[in-house]
Design a protein around this ligand. Structure first.
Ligand SMILES: [Zn+2]
Length: 241
């Protein structure tokens, strides 16, 4: 039984090495670099596009949040990370006071080709908050932790082994659900993008330029074709463009 646990633990460690950030859902291009051939906006254009897109997406995201949830803080803050060295990333987090914050790093803005793409990524992040993914991811992490710690103590593990299994279980629990959350956020993000006056069919092309994370069990993001498919399905179902 101990051998089984160890094998499980090794299999898990083989699949992932990056800890899950506890209080944010991040949407980085997975390798940290999308390559040099991106038809990105200049820093000045990116800044202007950010202000324009934010002015249109934020009210739609807030209205969608208030319509679809109860008792949730829907007062989004959408900001640019001032650190010019921060790697390409866009993520949703909660401020100390519980306000939903969507952060773009400058290098992420540099990867964006047009306003439709920027709107799509912004709407996707807002959708993570509206769908309650942070809280649900933490619940999943707790459930995974309890499960693996239970297995370790059944196998007669020491206190340290049980504690390790708890940490590992938290990672597995959080990661094994996050692909589903990404696709949920893509679906609702498609609707928000459209309502804000942008084209999700153009915005989704952002994924074409990301390295495909493939279909790894522990990957935090779905394979790119799965994401494109969910956006296309939503577009067709609601007759969007
Ligand atoms: Zn996401």
């Amino acid at each position: 039984m101990r051998f089984v646990i160890l094998t499980l633990v090794l299999a898990v460690l083989g699949g992932c090495s990056v800890p899950v950030p506890p209080l944010q859902t991040a949407d980085a291009p997975n390798t940290g670099s999308v390559g040099g051939s991106v038809p990105g906006l200049s820093p000045r254009e990116a800044q202007a596009a950010f202000s324009t897109v934010k002015a249109r997406v934020e009210p739609v995201a807030e209205q969608t949040c208030r319509t679809q949830t109860r008792g949730m803080n829907c007062d989004f803050a959408i900001v640019i990370d001032p650190d010019p060295q921060a790697p390409p990333n866009a993520y949703q987090s909660l401020s100390r006071s519980g306000r939903p914050v969507i952060t773009f790093t400058r290098s992420m803005l540099g990867q964006i080709a047009n306003q439709d793409e920027l709107a799509f990524v912004m709407a996707h992040e807002a959708a993570h908050h509206i769908e309650g993914h942070l809280a649900r991811q933490q619940q999943n992490a707790v459930a995974g932790s309890v499960l693996l710690a239970g297995l370790a103590s059944l196998a007669g593990g020491s206190a340290a082994e049980i504690s390790n299994a708890q940490d590992l279980g938290a990672i597995v629990g959080a990661r094994s659900y996050s692909k589903e959350f990404e696709l949920e956020a893509d679906r609702l993000g498609t609707l928000i993008t459209h309502k804000a006056g942008y084209r999700p069919s153009v915005g989704v092309k952002f994924f074409d330029r990301l390295p495909d994370p493939g279909d790894r069990f522990l990957g935090t993001h779905p394979a790119n074709p799965d994401r494109v498919r969910i956006v296309q399905e939503t577009i067709t179902r609601y007759g969007l463009n």
